[in-house]
Write a protein that binds this ligand. Structure first.
Ligand code: ADP
Ligand code: MG
Length: 345
């Protein structure tokens, strides 16, 4: 049996390269020193860059924050807040966990359940939790779908900071935690007076301000397959650029590929007609939920959702025919060497 898992880090490499190529510091008046760190956390490769006087302190604080949130939300750590909650089915949690659940509830409601953090038992069944991948029996999938899943099994009592899970439901913040984390780092940078920086948490990019010469950060949108060298470049300022794709994490069995974004309706990897979904938004947490949710919804419903929420975010979609679609709000900041279609409101 052939099993393979492959995580792609090209996205950030491309982004770094682009930023490096075009980031030459020429104006001595705007000269600011640069520092960067790299680390592995939340099951992915992360890289952070900051400028200005307090950049090193800001990066240290950001690293501490990443580790704190990872310790709190990793389903891979037995003593994380989420693992303890999944085990005990009820417990007092942090404000941040409540915030994450509320964001998940909102996006879940708005997308007809395409985003569903009670996905954990299914992630585990498919082996994504343990990296012991398997294609499960249909009956095991159905058992979970019918008994253990649904956002109605997650109840939050804000007055007591208590979350209650029912019927053995278990939650997984994999589709939202990195977005929250990048947003949290943006706040830390702000607190330290860091006005320019760029953060990559796997496929999740957060731009802090502009580059130091005042021009926007050039963020490469990663190629979802070898048809592309890169989907295109988005010029970002103070916003999150978050991508979900079937190519990010998967295994192969019997010549078929199984990826890590599951459709809560079928319990299987979403058979989306999209291969890559990028969300551009000022709200990193929502952008992360949305990248996953719109991937599950597929092209038509994703575009319909955007039309209802076009003031809140923009998108770059790639469908299975390798066609690129962008929402009109980012037309002035997107470039590609391929043809693309602009979607109007
Ligand atoms: P990545 O974490 O690779 O950047 P995503 O943001 O799309 O990609 O999140 C995928 C993760 O979200 C999965 O690894 C799993 O933890 C979780 N997940 C999978 N399917 C769903 C879903 N339908 N709703 C909510 N979370 C999901
Ligand atoms: Mg996501």
């Amino acid at each position: 049996m052939k099993r393979k898992i492959y995580m792609v880090f090209v996205f950030f490499a491309v982004m770094l390269l682009l930023a490096a190529c075009s980031g030459t510091i020429s104006d001595s008046a705007s000269y600011q020193e640069e520092s960067s760190i790299e680390l592995n956390a939340m099951d992915t490769y992360m890289a952070l860059r900051a400028y200005g006087e307090n950049r090193n302190e800001a990066l240290d604080a950001a690293k501490t924050e990443i580790e704190r949130l990872d310790d709190m939300w990793s389903v891979g750590k037995e003593d994380s807040e989420v693992s303890i909650l999944n085990e005990n089915q009820e417990g007092e949690v942090s404000d941040e966990t409540i915030e994450l659940i509320e964001c998940a509830q909102k996006i879940s409601e708005e997308t007809g359940g395409a985003f569903d953090i009670t996905i954990y038992p299914l992630m585990d069944l498919w082996g994504f939790a343990t990296k012991e991948y398997q294609v499960p029996e249909e009956s095991s999938i159905q058992e979970i779908l019918m008994n253990k899943m649904g956002m109605d099994k997650v109840t939050v009592d804000k007055s007591t900071h208590t979350v209650t899970l029912s019927d053995g439901a278990q939650i997984d913040f994999g589709g939202v935690a990195k977005g929250y984390t990048s947003q949290s780092i943006a706040k830390i940078f702000e607190d330290y007076g860091v006005e320019h920086g760029i953060i990559s948490l796997g496929g999740n990019i957060q731009a802090i301000g502009t580059r130091i010469d005042g021009s926007r950060w050039r963020v490469g949108i990663e190629a979802p397959n070898d048809h592309f060298d890169m989907v295109g470049t988005y010029e970002a300022e103070d916003e999150a650029i978050i991508t979900s794709g079937a190519y990010e994490r998967y295994f192969e069995e019997g010549g078929k590929t199984y990826h890590h974004i599951l459709d809560p309706e079928t319990g299987k990897p979403a058979e989306s007609d999209l291969i890559s979904v990028t969300i551009v938004s000022n709200n990193g947490t929502e952008a992360d939920c949305l990248s996953t949710a719109l991937f599950v919804l597929g092209k038509e419903k994703a575009i319909a959702y955007w039309k209802e929420h076009s003031t809140e975010f923009d998108f770059i979609l790639v469908d299975e025919e390798n066609h690129i679609y962008i929402s009109e709000g980012i037309e002035n900041h997107f470039e590609s060497s391929y043809d693309y279609e602009e979607v109007k409101k």
